[in-house]
Write a protein that binds this ligand. Sequence first.
Ligand code: BGC
Length: 387
Amino acid sequence: MKIKLEFPKNFLWGSGSSANQVEGGIENCDWAEYARMGKLPSVDEFTPDHYHRFKEDFDLAKSLGHNSHRFSIEWARIEPEEGKFDLNEIEHYRKVLLALKDRGITPLVTLWHFTLPLWFSHRGGFEHQNAPAVFARYCAFVADQLKDLCEIVATINEPVVFANNGYIRGFWPPFKKNPFAFMRTVKNLIRGHNLAYTEIKKLAPHLNVGVVKDNIHFTSNKNPFNIILKKFCHWFWNHYFLDRTHKKCDHIGLNYYFHTHFGPSLGFPKNDMGWNIDAEGIYHMLVDLKRYNLPLYVTEAGIPDRTDEKRGGYIKQLVNWTHRAIVDGADIRGFMYWSLTDNYELAHGYTQEFGLIHIDHATRARIIRPSALVYKTICESNALTIE
Ligand code: BGC
C-alpha cells in the first residue's frame, strides 16, 4: 500500500550553497590566504564559478522543482576594508536575489558562512573584543541594502562548528588548538548574533532573522561515563549557543549531518566521508528544538556520495523523518538539501561531492544526478509517497 505524507501548504523546498564554496574569485578572505600558503586546498582550481553562472544554476534549481534557495553573502566582498562597503558587490547580490525572484524562488540569505575578510582575521577574528560590534555593523548594512528583496535571513552559519574546527581541532583557519580561544570565540559569536539581530531589526523590522545551527544526535550505551559524555555534548554542542541567542531569533535553521554514538559501534552504514548514515537523527534534533518555540527550517542536510548510489534513498528518509517531526508538533517551514551543486568541501577541497548536480572538473558542465529527480518528485508534489 502506498502512503502519501503531505507537507504543510507553502512549505519551502530547495537546496543550499555558500559563497566561498561555489562562487570562485574571492581572494581577500582568510581561507584564500591560507590556500595561497598551501595550508588549504585551492578554491579556484575547480570552482563552479557560481558568481558568474548563478542564473544558469537557478534555472536548474527551478527545473528540479525547487521553490526556495539558501545562499550566503561574502563578507570579504562587501567590506574589503574595515568600514568601507563595496556597493558594486551589493549590486551583485541584488542581481542574485532578483534572479531568484524572477524564477519564483524564495531566498534564504545567510550573512556569514565561515570565511572572514583579511583585515578582520588579521586582527584576531572573532576572538577580538570588538568583533561582535564589527560583525553587527556588517550584518545591519547588508540587511538594510537587501531588505526589499528578501525576508528570511540568518546571521551566522554553524557557530560551534566554526569555533571547534578553528580553535579546538585546528584544521580550519586560524588553525589553533586552544580551549580558551575557543570559548572567547563562542562567546563573541553569541554577542555578535544578539547585537546583529538588534541592529538589523532597527533598520528592517520586517525581516525574519534567525541563526543556522548544526546539531548532532548524540547517543550512548549504558556505560555511566558515556551517558555523562552524551549529556554534556548534547548540552554544550546543541544548546549552549541557542540557550543564549534564541530570544533574539525569529526562527532557527537546523543543519543535520551527524549521529555520534558513545560506546561500541552501532554498525550504521557510512557515507564517503565515513560519517554514520542515520536519517532518524534529524527527527530527534527537530523535536528537541521545539523547546525554543520558534519556527524551524532544515537549512542543511545532505550526503557526500560521489556515485549517487545512496543519496536518493537518504533524501527520502530525511524527508520522511522531517514529516514525522511535523506530525509530532515541530513547526517546520522548509527543507534545504545540501547542496545544489558539488562544491568546495572546505578543508577537503573538491574531493567530496554533496551536489544534486555534479560539476565536471574539466568543463564546469552541470550534470543532473538521478537523486535530484527523486528530490524533484518530493518538491513538486509537496509530499513523500512511501510504500
Ligand atoms: C557547512 C557546509 C558544509 C557541509 C558539509 C556544514 O557544516 O555549513 O559549509 O559544506 O556542512 O560538510
